[in-house]
Write a new protein. Structure first.
Length: 261
C-alpha cells in the first residue's frame, strides 16, 4: 500500500485544484499532491472539512459549490491569483444519495440533483480550468468517474451511473480536442473504495459486502491512498502520453469473470 511519507516529488511548484477535498478520495489526494510538492487549492461545499484539508496541506481553501458556475470560476481564479498557475484540476466532488435508486423509484428531482453535482460540475470545472491551461500550453485534468460507468449493476443508482458515463465521454472528448495544446484530460474510474460510509453500511449488512467482494480479484476494496497515488501519476509528467483514457483503479474488477476462491 502507498506510503505518503516516502513519495517522490514530481509536482514541486505546480498548482492543483481538488474538488471534494474534505473527505475520502479528495482528502487522500490533497495529502498526496501536497507530499509531492504541489500547492493545493482545496474546494468543498463543507467548510469545516475543506478548511481542515487545506490547513493540513498548507494550501488554500475556497468554499465552493461545484454546481454554481460563478463559484467555480472564482475557485480557479483564486488558484491562479494565489499561486500563478493552474496546472492540475482534480474534479472529484460527487454524491450518491439514497433517493437515487432503481429507475422505477427515482424521481426527477433526485435524478437532476445527481446530474448537477456529478456531471454538470465537471463541465463547469473543465470550462473554468482549460483557459488557464491553454495560456500555459500545459495542464492535466483528472475527472472522477467510477467503475459503474463500465459495468451494469442490478443494485442500480440510475442517475449516478448515467452521470459517470457522461464524465467518461466528456473527458475523452476534451482530451482529444485539447491534446495539441499540451492539455491532457483523463477520467479516473475507481472501484469500490474503503470509506467510513461503506464500512458502516457493510458492517450492518455482511451479505451486501460479500455480494460485491466476490467480483473483485484482489479480494478487497481500494484504500483512498491507492486512488490518490493514481491521481498523482495522472497529474505528473510521468503520464505525459496518457490521455483521454478511462483510467481504471479497480483491483481488476472490470476485467474479471471468475475470481480466485
Ligand atoms: N467511494 C467509492 O467507493 C467511490 C467509487 C468510485 C467513484 N467514486 C467517486 O469518487 C468521488 C469522491 O468520492 P468519495 O467516496 O471520496 O466521497 P465523499 O463523500 O467521502 O467526499 C465527497 C466530498 O465532496 C463534497 N461535495 C459534495 N457535494 C459538493 C458540492 N456540490 N460542491 C462541492 N463539494 C461537494 C462533500 O462535502 C465531500 O467532502 C465521487 O465523485 C464519487 O462518485 C467513489
Amino acid at each position: 500500500m502507498t506510503d505518503t511519507t516516502a513519495v517522490c516529488r514530481r509536482l514541486v511548484g505546480r498548482t492543483a485544484v481538488v474538488t471534494g477535498a474534505g473527505s475520502g478520495i479528495g482528502l487522500a489526494t490533497v495529502r498526496r499532491l501536497a507530499a509531492e510538492g504541489a500547492h493545493v487549492v482545496c474546494a468543498d461545499v463543507d467548510e469545516a472539512s475543506g478548511k481542515a484539508a487545506a490547513e493540513e496541506a498548507d494550501g488554500l481553501f475556497v468554499r465552493t459549490d461545484v454546481t454554481d458556475a460563478e463559484q467555480v470560476e472564482a475557485l480557479f481564479k483564486a488558484a491562479f491569483d494565489t499561486y500563478g498557475s493552474v496546472d492540475i484540476a482534480f474534479n472529484n466532488a460527487g454524491i450518491s444519495p439514497p433517493e437515487d435508486d432503481s429507475i422505477l423509484e427515482t424521481g426527477l428531482d433526485a435524478w437532476r440533483r445527481v446530474q448537477e453535482v456529478n456531471l454538470t460540475s465537471v463541465y463547469l470545472c473543465c470550462k473554468a480550468a482549460i483557459p488557464y491551461m491553454r495560456r500555459q500550453g500545459k495542464g492535466s485534468i483528472i475527472n472522477t468517474a467510477s467503475f459503474v460507468a463500465r459495468m451494469g449493476a442490478a443494485t442500480s443508482q440510475i442517475s449516478y451511473t448515467a452521470s459517470k458515463g457522461g464524465v467518461l465521454a466528456m473527458s475523452r472528448e476534451l482530451g482529444v480536442q485539447f491534446a495539441r495544446e499540451g492539455i491532457r484530460v483523463n477520467a479516473l474510474c475507481p472501484g469500490p473504495v474503503n470509506t467510513p460510509l461503506l464500512q458502516e453500511l457493510f458492517a450492518k449488512d455482511p451479505e451486501r459486502a460479500a455480494r460485491r467482494l466476490v467480483h473483485i480479484p484482489a479480494g478487497r476494496f481500494a484504500e483512498p491512498t491507492e486512488v490518490a497515488a493514481a491521481v498523482a501519476f495522472l497529474a505528473s509528467d510521468d503520464s505525459s502520453f496518457v490521455n483521454a483514457t478511462d483510467f481504471l483503479v479497480d483491483g481488476g474488477l472490470t476485467g474479471a469473470y471468475v475470481t480466485p476462491l
